[in-house]
Design a protein around this ligand. Sequence first.
Ligand code: PLP
Length: 393
Amino acid sequence: MGNLQRSVVRRAMTPNNAGTPLVAPLASSVLYHYENASQLEAVHNGEIEGFDYARDGDPNAVSLADKLSWMEGAKAGIMTSSGMSAISAVFLAVLEKGDCIAAASQLYGRSLLMTKNDLPRMGFETHRFDASDPSTFTEAIKPGTRVVLAEIISNPMLRVTHFTELAEAAKKAGALLLVDNTFTTPSNFNPLAHGADLVMHSVTKILSGHSDLNLGYLGGNDPAVIERVLEVTKTMGLNSSPYNCWMAERGLNTFDLRLDRAQQNAKKLAQLLETHPMVTKVHYPGLESHPDHDLAKSMLAGFGTIVSFVLKGARPQADAFLKAAENIPYGPTLGDVATIVIMPAAASHRKVPPNERRALGIEDNLIRVSLGIEDFNIIETDFKAALEAAALH
Ligand code: PLP
């Protein structure tokens, strides 16, 4: 038993290997041990590079964050356990007593809840603005506003943010502009290059692309701010898992190809829906009928992979559509290799009171589609059949 403990519990080091692995190894170790106390001290003092304890950082997180920072043109970046923890970490790191927040009225459901309930509960007042209407910016973003939170393409109505004006308003107020770039992707828009201070992603979505992990990224051009947020992720335990980063790095290899195909599918589906008698409205910035089409064309390299549409009728027609669309997974995520549908009023925005939801345009018969990479013929067949089924109700 004693010998077993010596050789098994006290593990041997990895075998010597003169070769360099092509794929970054999965670094699952919680502990990195050192020859002596001075060596670890030197790591802590920044004199030599190294990791010591997994909550404080690991090679897979650093390697993935570096790639995403390169894609976003960020000088520094970190990984967090999820998209929501990346947003939480910013607020936890920078807000001081008495600070206010300005947040867009259309945001991912949990971001709306955080800025509506949780941050005000802690004493941080939230002021709302309509990101597609610059006349609302100065009222909401003023001295005392510490963070401005916005998305570029809003969820689920796909309105486009007037970014130049928003960045100007944030700068004038001395606030940090934090952009959730999840829907847009780094290929279609780089917020930091256009005046944002911080950019975040739910890497859970199209960047990793296979719905098999939760992960967040935060990047910025002021390394001191990112370092401050990193400290908070260590203290508050918002760190990413090495396995998730390792998996996401593999998914990232095909991101460009998946984005291209899903974006083509989104455009084709938007065009199909626009001419279908069971559809009363299609929201897709790539359509000329979209209210922000010209702005989207001037700002974005691509129109994204999400299409929302309103079915003729009400909830029963939407239910009939979803029942008939049994081959298309239903659920609260996006950016998967497969096309996924959701009814935002009953999912991501279910906790937003119905009157507020409707004011945002989120009716019960609004369906959001996240396009996957399937051959479009498959998508077309499934949608046409489900729309016909809805018409029978
Ligand atoms: N931001 C957007 C636009 C999202 O769609 C989501 C999740 O759906 C999030 C943030 C939250 O990301 P996560 O689920 O990784 O916490």
